[in-house]
Design a protein around this ligand. Sequence first.
Ligand SMILES: [Zn+2]
Length: 385
Amino acid sequence: MSYQIFSHVLPSASLGTQRIIKAHHFGEQGARPKVYLQAGLHADEWPGFLLLNTLLKYLKKADEAGLIQGEIVIVPVANPIGLAQNFHGYVPGRFAFSDGGGNFNRNWPQIGQQVAKRIQSSITGDVEENKVLVREAIREELKQLPDMTELQGMKKTLLALSMDADEVLDLHCSGEAMLHGYLPQEFEDYFKPLLGLLGAKVGLSELETGAASFDETNVSVWRELKGHYAHLIPWGCRSMTIELRGENDISDEVAEHDAKALLEYLVMRGVVHEEVTQGDSSKRDDSAVVYYPLDAMDLVKAPCAGIVCYNKQIGDEVEAGEVIGEVVNLMEDDVTTSRYPLVARTNGVLFARYQRRLVMCGESVAKIAGREHLAYREIGRLFED
Ligand SMILES: [Zn+2]
């Protein structure tokens, strides 16, 4: 039995408060492959909480039966700072109230250049040796990161738990959505089985979004070093952001489904022994997963403030020029002409839309996965806040 729980204390932000990051560890430390999972970095996105809680139950059983072969680290509640931002019953958990504000999943520290400097005189011709070398350098560089503020401490803690993992899965959700993933283009084939097991039909891939999100940061060092040393540096970490449908798609049934999919995936990667799923690999079918370039994703903007009414549902195929809904402007004098259309700019799948029905002018209210690059989508700035 190897199951251990560690509580990492964050710097106290204000007098008399103290928050913790709780990490559940399975398997021997250093066993491979290592997989890291977290939920709720955007603290207003909660389906991953129940999913990881459910997965923990399965892993605990597997651990008791001695069936954990690799290492698994699970942080079910990644952002206690955002969760505490409870404002009269609302949890605006996407942006930090303090520490300069900002989206919790943007501008994570990039340490690629420092790691490159640290290993430049010791790089070898052996890929596996280099992997170990880079991971050591990453650990050392992470120690240098500031942890003066609570947010800095949180970022440092989460990276220290995740950055030496072979795989990092960051669980999020959208307003109303189909299950989908955001991933680096290089990992399309690698993560297809996981998306297939989860039942995803849409994956959005990109080379670099420019967002410096948590999942990208875990990959960024390897990408940077590959730029210098090409094949001498492996992908020591692969990561993906999984959007677990809509914010209200939370139930035991859904969590069970997704936890079993993740467990099956962990078996597939050799992290957990196949005995836990009785060697049943029949569910591994990824033929329904389709990848779309992130720069071809249409963000449909509200043409005015008002109440949004959709006439297309999540999962519907739409065509460029098609009206997918309307925004009703309540300030118009003439109520017969107060509706403004939401128009798709690409052929594709409507895979996500706003949950809130009151919208501001210019807000992105729907996402359509298309195949053709859209001129207005700026490479390097592919995510909005
Ligand atoms: Zn999110």
